[in-house]
Design a protein around this ligand. Sequence first.
Ligand SMILES: [Ca+2]
Ligand SMILES: [Ca+2]
Ligand SMILES: [Ca+2]
Ligand SMILES: [Ca+2]
Length: 602
Amino acid sequence: MKFFIFLYSFFDSWFSFAFILWILASWVLGSFNRILASWFLFSWFSPYIRQPKKNSYMRKILTALLFFSLFIPCLLEAQNYSNYVQQTERINAIAKNYPQLAKVRSLTKTAGGKDIWQITIGSGNTESKPAIVIVGGTEGNYLLGTELAIGFAENLLQSGTTDSIKALLNKTTFYVFPNMSPDAMEQYFAPLKYERQGNATSTDDDRDGKNNEDGFEDLDGNGKITWMRIESPIGDYRTHPDDPRVLIKADNSKGEKGKYLLMAEGSDNDKDGSFNEDGEGGVWFNKNFTYKHPSFTTGSGEFAVSENETRALLDYLFEQFNVYAVVSYGSNNNLSTPVSFNSQAASAPITAGWLEPDTKVNAMVSELYNKSVNQKDAPKATANGGDFYSWAYFHYGRYSFSTPGWWVPKSKPDTTKKEKAFSVEDAGANYLRWSASEGITNNFTEWKSVQHPDFPGQKVEVGGIDPFVLITPPYKLVADLVKKNSTFLVKLASYQPELDITNIKTEKLSDGLTRITLEVINKGALASHSKLGERSYWVKRINVKVNTSATQSIISGKKIQLLNSLEGYSSQKLSWLIKGSGKLTIEAGSPTTGSKTIDVTL
Ligand SMILES: [Ca+2]
Ligand SMILES: [Ca+2]
Ligand SMILES: [Ca+2]
Ligand SMILES: [Ca+2]
């Protein structure tokens, strides 16, 4: 108490004293909103503060502190990825700032009690317009994807008053799900940092009857889970010939001899012979889907779509017939490099490859992506089954596009440092060289010996490349990546299938008959729906309907007909023979193309 009274003696009043404490507390908590509230209160009560009783310095100090407390947290926040709370704030700010164009709702809650947010962007009746789905956080360790998704929504709406974006939002709806793995992603911000994919569902990953019994241990106490290497005559890893910090696999067939066993940092808590085999983190979003569900493997869940977030997303998407493309951010990649056509896989009894017309669309969209984002040398990625990207094409029948959003660029040797090209290509060695050239620090833990109870008498060292850094760019690169990805998404929307009816002709024939011919055209670059989608109930085809009056009858041609997928920039000719006179209407449309109605006078 004496201390507080001592502190108070420097202030004009109890109010200003309490106010300063409040500002400091807000500062420490780092909440921008609270500081903003302080600012308003400060302005409100400023007459009291402006009447110094003792010390006029205090006013200056108050003002200076207030000034810094306003700006420093902004700067701090701008320099790092948003955690769940900050993402929630940003998402809700979107709804508040753009009520005409954006709606936010919680789709469901995860096992960890975190909301899965959905942002619907568009004007007017959004359900009736062709739509693109954008999904971030398909994998809990791919933080960039969540930033790309939220950043896209923010960027798009910021320019929502420009004519081109206004026109776009009149025509296209965006369903944005910024983060499907919030439970897992929080591990990036936790006191113990490691790459996690599983949500908060408690699981028994190794089926030994105990849940979460063997997670990682931070053996060197640096707050991160890195690697441990154990010197062993049967080790299968050796040091990289050009960078001894990095371990690479020894190729026995080439006579190379390993020196180390390599595993993630931790110990075998339950002494079952496996290390860190069942830690916190249950079901992986990107392993819980129906296409090639990897049953009985870590993170796949007891059965496909077992989790709240996967179930809610699927239930929702299946009812959105207007969705024509799904863009997701994660390890899968068919944007910088498109899938190639494999006729055997595509014609297998259970389709396992993209159909040929769809691979052509993929190639076209990939070209668009590379023009917008322009990053070469992407690492090879294969979908592992149960993943969202594969589900969106094979089971949802929509064009599915995925990208990691960023990868470590291929580094060039620095000749001024007498560096040479690597004799062995390796992602880790490449990363360390690239990050050094960029001046990025705090991304590698020096190897350090530790005493390890599971390896008595053996040399065990902990260190290596830090978690996240290989797939998560330094935050200073994020703004530019968001801009480029947003450009790509806007351009993708300009490829949207769009239906029109042209070349309408009526010919009077004898006996009161009229022949009507017309062409249903797709003015967009994308097909009206994917070729694979033709096999799915959940993908609606173009429906052409002739509405006749009671005095008219259709002699030849169908009153209602469904068209197969109409390729980009293509048309289909239709004709009818109608008996009678007066007016009739012909209507053509589908949820992914929009519709068009014409009047015809017989
Ligand atoms: Ca277990
Ligand atoms: Ca550690
Ligand atoms: Ca164990
Ligand atoms: Ca175990």
